[in-house]
Write a protein that binds this ligand. Structure first.
Ligand SMILES: [Zn+2]
Length: 136
């Protein structure tokens, strides 16, 4: 087993390996497997094949710079998407105690205690005041 690991390490030397985009591609692949189990479409099968080939190609690629750039591009989309997703989850988790409102001046999202009625709020970020109504 040790020998195999050495061989593998030797083979992977100078190759790109895995990154966040790799994880996302693997996740996408498994989602496609599940979707395909229900709809079993030829297009999805082809797409799965393409994802798999692209994933393997990236892992074994020796063009580390280019692969890094791909990952960078992916992270530029993924980071804000993940932040938005986390906020949505938090909104649901705290639906009984808090409300989330955007500051009209700086667009920062504020977490406010759930108190029904009209309030004047000072944004902790830009210090400007604004009025808001919490209906429920
Ligand atoms: Zn503000």
């Amino acid at each position: 087993m040790g020998k195999f690991r050495d061989k593998l390490a030797q083979f992977m030397y100078g190759r790109y390996g895995t990154d966040q985009l790799y994880n996302a591609l693997i996740a996408a692949y498994f989602v496609l497997i599940i979707v395909n189990a229900f709809v079993s479409s030829g297009i999805i099968s082809i797409l799965m094949f393409v994802v798999l080939i692209f994933t393997i190609f990236r892992t074994l690629s020796k063009n580390i710079y280019k692969r890094r750039m791909e990952n960078e591009k992916f992270m530029k989309i993924w980071r804000p998407a993940r932040a938005k997703g986390n906020l949505e989850i938090r909104k649901i988790k705290e639906i009984k105690t808090h409300r989330f409102r955007k500051c009209p001046h700086c667009k920062k999202v504020l977490r406010l205690p759930r108190r029904r009625g009209k309030h004047t709020v000072q944004c902790p970020s830009c210090k400007k005041e604004f009025e808001l109504r919490i209906l429920s």
